[in-house]
Design a protein around this ligand. Structure first.
Ligand code: ATP
Length: 512
């Protein structure tokens, strides 16, 4: 994939009613987007697919919907007031602002591309006899590249951890990193920048209370830990899952809905016995990857990236990275957060947030494994991997969104071949029958071929066409999006025939 492909994603999202720039008539607001009619359906379906996988399919995970506003001490306790910073650097010539860590990570990614080139070359040369692990461990150039990568990332991690921002700048200069836009190497010093949005609660200036818009949904779960545990009589290990908006004043917001200032998270905090966190971390890594793979894009869209630099609260962390049009990037984070958050809230609130374990006859502060995924990023992943230009056997091309059927915005389009002879009436009857189970759409405009293409372009898995034969024998044509195969089927069998494609068990049952 390429820039070209990414541009196509942007224009397709807009043109087909998936994503619009926010307040576009006023020229938009940077890194804020609105979801159009097709977008909101896809987004809701992704959210449901996650939420059901978490709560409906696990007896020991329950839901929550905490408010966006929280008591300000929450963010002191969580460390966000003091440490939710990004290191930023400006280029003096282009006046562009960057995240210093991202500039360095992009440089390391370029070294990785060289490694991948060597691997590709060698695979061609050695054919079936190629042993990638051995090649990577022994080939002198690859060994050198990998050592370089490690050294750079470790130095960056150490400097950031120690707050040695001068060394982060020194590293950028030593590596000769240039501004990707202007090519200039004329950099300012590196500064820390807090990402939380502030606001005020209350009417009068003196009594108003400083608040933050939450930068993550997780803290709403932690502060409700005992409420949920007690009211639902949860026994450890158990989880709390929640989806909702989060806000970050991102320094460089780019790449469309990949990095937004207002976005939605889907987070699950899983509370475990201290000492068992490694086991649960591994289990959730595996389970989350299976969830992603259940959508059928193929294994080569995913990879794990274990963190060198751990956040202040974590004892292990990994990202599930997805092959976006602009390369492999974080889609989901899985973090072993220890007892950091609950202990901090105990300290700052003076309230005990502990659990009495009846099996051990012991009271303790649970450890936490977190799985955290951006809904908008998942939307972009699904959208960009689904959008394809296909050449058909007759040489023509079609644009088709091969959205996994369970996530498709519209499940079935019902199309009368002609706008007369009672065909629209029959089509509407079919809609009235199917609409209770599936999101259905009616379309009578243009030739049938154009209507099929229009549905392909928004990822509708099935089209049902009503024609004159329908009036005689109550059958319709059912066209399938991916194969474009058409079958004749009695109206009475339609629902049963298509239901399998949208059945949760058929998607998740194989993997979870
Ligand atoms: P990044 O390194 O890309 O800034 P992060 O490591 O800060 O992300 P987390 O705090 O772990 O991200 O948040 C969990 C998930 O929330 C991420 O994996 C991502 O999918 C999503 N996310 C984070 N920031 C944004 C954003 N600005 N816009 C959209 N999604 C986001």
């Amino acid at each position: 994939m390429s820039d070209e492909q990414f541009k196509k994603v942007l224009s397709h999202a807009k043109e087909y009613g998936f994503v619009f720039p926010s307040s576009e008539i006023y020229d938009g607001l940077s890194a804020v987007y609105d979801y159009g009619p097709n977008g909101v359906e896809l987004k809701n379906n992704i959210r449901n697919y996650w939420y059901k996988a978490m709560t409906q399919l696990h007896q020991n995970i329950v839901g929550l919907d905490a408010a966006i506003f929280m008591h300000p001490t929450t963010w002191k306790a969580s460390g966000h007031v003091d440490a939710f910073n990004d290191p930023l650097i400006d280029n003096k010539d282009s006046k562009k602002r960057y995240r210093a860590d991202v500039l360095i990570e992009d440089y390391v990614e370029k070294i990785e591309n060289k490694v991948q080139k060597e691997i590709k070359k060698a695979r061609k040369r050695f054919g079936d006899a190629f042993d990638e692990a051995q090649f990577v461990a022994t080939h002198p150039r690859v060994v050198k590249y990998r050592a370089q990568q490690k050294e750079i990332l470790q130095r960056m991690a150490k400097s950031l951890e120690n707050g040695d921002l001068a060394d982060v700048k020194a590293l950028i200069e030593e590596l000769g990193i240039a501004d990707p836009v202007s090519g200039s190497k004329n950099w300012t010093d590196v500064k820390q920048f807090n990402l939380m949005f502030g606001t005020k609660l209350g009417a009068s200036a003196d009594s108003a209370m400083d608040l933050y818009l939450r930068p993550e949904t997780a803290q709403g779960i932690f502060v409700n830990f005992l409420n949920v545990q007690k009211t639902m009589r949860m026994k450890i290990p158990f989880g709390i899952a929640q989806t909702g908006k989060a806000f970050r004043n991102e320094i460089v917001a780019r790449q469309f809905i990949f990095r937004m200032r207002e976005f939605e998270q889907m987070e699950m905090q899983f509370f475990v016995r201290p000492g068992t966190q490694k086991e649960w971390f591994d289990k959730w890594k595996e389970e989350r990857l299976k969830w992603h793979k259940s959508l059928g894009f193929g294994d080569d869209y995913y990879r794990f990236h274990d963190h060198e630099k751990l956040a202040h609260y974590a004892d292990a962390a990994t990202d599930i990275e997805f092959k976006f049009p602009f390369g492999f990037k974080e889609l989901e984070g899985i973090h072993s957060r220890t007892d950091f958050d609950l202990s901090q809230h105990e300290k700052h609130s003076g309230k005990k947030l502990q659990y009495f374990d009846p099996e051990l006859n012991e009271r303790y502060t649970p450890y936490v494994i977190e799985t955290s995924i951006g809904l908008d990023r998942m939307f972009l992943a699904v959208f960009s991997a689904s959008l394809q230009d296909e050449t058909l056997p007759d040489g023509s091309t079609r644009t088709v969104m091969k959205i996994p059927a369970i996530l498709a915005p519209t499940k079935v389009a019902v199309l009368p071949l002609l706008k007369k002879d009672g065909l629209p009436e029959i089509a509407k009857q079919i809609i009235d029958d199917l609409k209770w189970d599936f999101k259905v759409q009616y379309d009578e405009k243009d030739a049938i071929g154009r209507r099929y293409r229009r549905q392909d372009a928004v990822g509708t898995p099935y089209c049902v066409t009503v024609d004159h034969q329908t009036k005689e024998d109550n059958t319709v044509t059912l066209r399938e999006r991916d194969s474009m195969a058409q079958i004749r089927i009695p109206i009475a069998e339609l629902r049963q025939h298509i239901a399998d494609k949208f059945n949760l068990q058929n998607w998740l049952g194989k993997t979870l």
